[in-house]
Design a protein around this ligand. Structure first.
Ligand code: PMP
Length: 465
């Protein structure tokens, strides 16, 4: 942390605080605490401008799957930059990297999709998804079937429609969201919302019943789609209870509601399979992905759609002319070339096999934290997981927010040399680069545990309740 007088000087930190509005940052405390400036990175490590080394336990923002400084990806960008640094996909223009990446995505997709649309971020991908669902239903002559159901604590981004899909109150309050036609159903977090004596499967049935009740209340003719992350990420790393997606999809089928998989975090190996949809038996009609698509080296996201949806889009376009949607950088050849190289490296280096192998150690180390006095629940799968801090293990009572248990723990972990993040309250998440080794996993958890112990000592000293 910077010293309180840092603002007076002309350091980078002071210039930051005087010039920049930070994403997802308490703008008020940033003015007194300033930034952590990251200067370089190598493998799973990043280094700040004072030379301190950290393990990037969150792969940046759940995204840098190949870690930092992967020469193959850097070279893919440089080569494409030299050849053609920009072109677009409007009015039937195209480039080889975007064509090849579309083909690759269709080849590895979890179900048979028909076409790929490119955007720059997860939010843009999900805003596109909302518009495609509306466009498709207009093409079918059912202008009333427009509502999209997402879940409380789901995270789908921050643009106007994507933030509306997101089920976290801070993204709605003060921003006049959600927009109309976006609804939220129950969050499938068994530890938090399971009733006494209810089995995981019974809980999953209740979640599916909640969804069905909502569809019936709104009228099935008005509900177009349901969107879900296979594992909820920013909502706290919530792994669905067994049989959840099976039961949810039965309800969707019954009422002709599309299934949309938001694979922005789970896509490209995070759960030990290429897609979270494969891990949980999801059969999506539409899929959005981003982040690890380019190992985050350049911004790119994609939406894949079924044949039925594409046919509807073509029909609508026949009637009304151009499909009037697309970004200047949709299919940009440089991120597409990096994305393509990322997909090739996943195969050449057998990243899925590696993830499945090291995930055993990752999950063991998570499970070992279950007995820690501050930890209510540990949840992990593949190379993603979190601990949930509680004031009382028996009753699962959370800490009073005034103690800021989550953010203080993230800070203590950062001091101990691992970057984690407090998400959706007091959940500390880990989602490291997929290339992490067993030895690095051990080191990461040693530091994570040290941060946790430091906060436990603080909680005891200060008598947090
Ligand atoms: N969907 C999911 C599941 C995400 O985790 C995120 C970002 N964390 C988004 C969408 C939004 O992506 P972006 O920040 O690139 O807009």
């Amino acid at each position: 942390m910077n010293s309180p007088s840092f603002l007076q000087g002309n350091s980078l930190a002071a210039r930051d605080a005087r010039s920049m509005i930070h994403a997802y940052t308490n703008l008020s405390t940033h003015l007194t605490d300033g930034p952590l400036i990251i200067e370089s990175g190598k493998g799973v490590h990043v280094y700040d401008d004072g030379g301190k080394e950290y393990i990037e336990g969150l792969a940046g923002l759940w995204c840098a799957s190949f870690g930092f400084g992967e020469e193959e990806l850097i070279n893919a960008a440089i080569e494409q930059m030299r050849k053609l640094p920009f072109y677009h996909t409007f009015a039937s223009k195209s480039t080889e990297p975007s064509i090849r990446l579309s083909e690759k995505l269709l080849e590895i997709a979890p179900v048979e999709f028909s076409r790929v649309f490119f955007a720059n971020s997860g939010s843009e991908a999900n805003d596109t998804v909302v518009k495609l669902v509306w466009y498709y239903n207009n093409s079918l002559g059912r202008p009333e079937k427009k509502k999209i159901i997402s879940r409380q604590k789901g995270y789908h981004g921050v643009t106007v429609a994507a933030a509306s899909l997101t089920g976290l109150p801070p993204l709605h309050n003060d921003f006049d969201l959600p927009i109309k036609n976006i609804l939220h159903t129950s969050c499938p977090h068994y530890y938090r919302y399971g009733k006494d004596g209810e089995t995981e499967e019974e809980f999953a049935s209740r979640m599916a019943d909640d969804l069905e009740k909502l569809i019936l209340k709104e009228g099935p003719d008005t509900v177009a789609a349901f969107i879900a992350e296979p594992i909820m990420g920013a909502g706290g790393v919530i792994i669905p209870p067994t049989t959840y997606f099976e039961k949810i999809q039965a309800v969707l089928k019954k009422y002709g509601v599309l299934m949309i998989a938001d694979e922005v975090i789970c896509g490209f190996g995070r759960t030990g399979q290429m897609w979270g949809s494969q891990t949980f038996g999801i059969q999506p009609d539409i899929l959005s992905c981003a982040k690890a698509l380019s190992s985050a080296y350049l911004p790119i996201s994609a939406v894949m759609v079924s044949q039925d949806i594409f046919d509807g889009m073509v029909k609508q376009s026949e009637k009304h002319g151009a499909f009037a949607h697309g970004f200047t950088y949709s299919g940009h050849p440089v991120p597409a070339a990096v994305g393509l190289r990322t997909m090739e490296l996943m195969e050449e280096r057998n990243i899925l096999g590696h993830v499945r192998h090291v995930a055993k150690r990752f999950n063991e180390r998570f499970n070992a934290l279950a007995d820690h006095p501050l930890v209510g629940e540990v949840r992990s799968m593949g190379l993603i997981g979190a601990i949930e801090l509680v004031a009382d293990k028996k009753t699962k009572r959370p800490f009073d927010p005034k103690y800021k248990a989550g953010p203080k723990t993230a800070q203590a972990m950062q001091d101990a040399g691992v970057i984690s993040r407090a998400v959706a309250g007091d959940n500390l998440a880990l989602c490291p680069p997929l290339i992490i080794t067993e030895a690095e996993i051990d080191e990461m958890f040693d530091r994570f545990g040290k941060g946790l112990d430091d906060v436990a000592a603080m909680a005891f000293r200060e008598n947090w309740r």
